[in-house]
Ligand binder design. Structure first.
Ligand SMILES: [Ca+2]
Ligand SMILES: [Ca+2]
Length: 322
């Protein structure tokens, strides 16, 4: 009996031992891009075969040249997730490209070998997971910059690896009247443009945060004042002036800057309270301050809201290409 009891107790102890052993979850990583560190696998001709290994739900692909999988599989394991894939007819290689690798337990790093039998090549690689904050700009991951790696928008990289959006500012607007040659009208809530009694309006605009990006469109948006007589058969013609030294509160007809007679854009009939866009994209070369004059050949003058108005102030709207 004692031997039997002893045997039963040993079995129970074993059972407890078996069931108390921790169960390790298998390593199975979510989709992600793994960027190859250092020298990239290349053909004998010097073409880069792969810069990144992309783990997707459907398998593995190689960027930039290999998307046509022959086979691809991942196998979860206790310490690693194993990766195998083969590709044919990549755009710059001959024959099969094969990948064997494994991703570590926290899914942060893939190591492996990429081989191209037709080129007699085998390349050991190390490829960390691409993340925002790793200091590498991975445009394939939608990044525009990463910390100090910010060539596209120097000093403007946000924490989400996107460049800050450009800003358009209307710094100053002021009308000058030929009928009041020493009058200062820069504090008025209206901007006047007319050819009868000659009235011209000046704008000083500032563009920030473009960096090396190019504005797809830059619009000076004005709103016709909501008062009787503000409408006109002509919204005006915009011209550029290189003179930005004028003071909004002091500029007069007698001290007005000269401007380029060439028209940037002319707008036709405008109605009371209408929002009117002047496209000045061609004049915006990057960050900086730009000045413009708005005049008209119509004797039926137009009045716009100035930035001193309670609503409908001038805006500079900058749009980037998507
Ligand atoms: Ca990054
Ligand atoms: Ca003003």
């Amino acid at each position: 009996m004692s031997a039997l009891r002893s045997s039963l107790l040993s079995g129970a102890a074993l059972a407890v031992l078996v069931f108390s052993t921790p169960v390790h979850a298998l390593v199975s990583c979510p989709p992600g891009r793994y960027l190859i560190d250092g020298a990239k696998p290349q053909t004998p001709g010097g073409s880069t075969i792969a810069e990144a290994l992309i783990v997707e739900d459907a398998g593995i692909s190689l960027a930039p040249t290999c998307a046509n999988r022959v086979f691809s599989r991942t196998r979860p394991g206790r310490r690693f997730e194993r990766v195998r894939a083969g590709f044919s007819a990549c755009s710059n290689t001959v024959g099969l490209v094969a990948v064997r690798g494994r991703i570590n337990a926290d899914c942060s790093l893939m190591r492996g070998v990429l081989s191209t039998p037709a080129h007699h090549g085998a390349f050991a690689f190390r490829a960390p997971l691409s993340i925002c904050g790793d200091g590498r700009v991975d445009t394939g991951n939608g990044e525009q910059c990463d910390g100090a790696n910010d060539a596209l928008c120097s000093g403007l990289c946000l924490g989400d690896c996107h460049c800050a959006m450009p800003i358009g500012v209307v710094e100053a607007d002021a009308s000058v009247f030929s009928s009041d040659p020493d009058g200062k009208h820069g504090s008025s809530v209206y901007l006047n443009v007319d050819a009868d009694v000659n009235k011209t309006t000046y704008f000083r605009l500032r563009v920030e945060n473009l960096g090396r990006r190019v504005a797809q469109q830059a619009i000076l948006r004005l709103q016709v004042a909501d008062i009787v007589g503000a409408d006109s058969d002509q919204g005006g013609t915009l011209h550029q002036t290189s003179d930005c030294s004028w003071d909004e509160k002091k500029v007069t007809w007698n001290t007005r800057p000269t401007y380029d007679p060439a028209a940037i854009v002319t707008v036709g009939k405008v109605a009371q309270n209408q929002v009117v866009d002047f496209d000045l994209t061609s004049a915006i070369a990057g960050d900086g301050t730009y000045c413009f004059a708005l005049d008209s050949s119509s004797t039926n003058g137009v009045k716009y809201n100035a930035h001193e108005a309670a609503a409908g102030q001038p805006q500079l709207v900058i749009t980037l290409a998507q």
